[in-house]
Design a binder for this molecule. Sequence first.
Ligand code: H2U
Ligand code: ZN
Length: 353
Amino acid sequence: MAGSFDFPHRRYNPLRRQWVLVSPQRTARPWQGEVGKATGFPEVHHDPECYLCPGNRRAGGQIAPSYESVYIFDNDFPALLPHSAAQEGGPAQAESNPEMGGLLLAQPERGRCRVVCFHPDHSLTLARMEPRSIRRVVDAWAEEYRLLGEEFRYVQIFENRGALMGASNPHPHGQIWATEHIPDELVAETSALEDYRGAHAACLLCDYGGREQLEGLRVVCRNESFLAVVPWWAVWPFETLVLARRHLRSLLDFGDVERDALADILKQLTTRYDNLFETSFPYTMGFHQAPGDGQPHDEWHFHAHFYPPLLRSATVRKYMVGFEMLCMPQRDITPETAAERLAAVPEKHFMER
Ligand code: H2U
Ligand code: ZN
């Protein structure tokens, strides 16, 4: 459909099996709505008021140690608990409530929530950390994924970056939630990957990554092991997908080279994000990888989703409302334009130039 990208069209997301409406002609519309506040970088390396800085008291009361690299602890306000309600004598399984007729279904959910401080320096972000410090975070993620995976079926590693995306604190940190059940997003991606493998005897994301490398139109940056693209089906204006270039199912399949390369691609990509509007660019990012339910999951292909909310400046964000909540997601600038802009910014962080 070359040449027709200037007109409204819809694109298919084969990983999520959903459509997205692309309306490039709409980019010129005026904006008189809310203007947010740009996320700045904290100026201090240690903030006595921060719950996550070394040696400070956490909101839960414990004192954080004087950590020097990565510091991980159980969330003081966890969304999930390691013991289910059933174990505690709470609501029984839904199956034992047939009078509900399946309409008011509830199930106990067990899990564990962890907080990962990436670095003791309060003023840093992944974009501004040394590659070797990010590598230590990658090692910590891999170890948590392995350990939590022994007890829970799914382990979600993620980062909310910036107040605009709900991060509660500017200190460089992320979270890990492990759940007894495989969450819906992962169930959907797993079945798309399985079906593609069944139909084509190939991996959906190996094929997709190969195609993107060939075309080059949506590639933002790459290294020997990873490729970052604005996916064909991106919903958020500057959404990206980081793909392993080899068929790696999860962090457990990573060797030394891939761990270093993951640290490198995260730094490259987050630096480009910051440089786009010369701000500390907000996003939610997370890794999607093979569930730990005892199956081999050869269909699985490790990837990271970056969902940043910003649209046209450091202060104007995209809202997912109206038609998007009621019908389907919609975007204005094309993924190709977004990729071109992210690929065109300098590689070096604007604060360090
Ligand atoms: P977010 O910034 O993505 O919300 O992550 C911070 C998490 O850290 C949040 O879930 C937890 C919050 O419950 N937290 C603690 O467990 N202890 C603290 O002292 C501060 C924040
Ligand atoms: Zn701090």
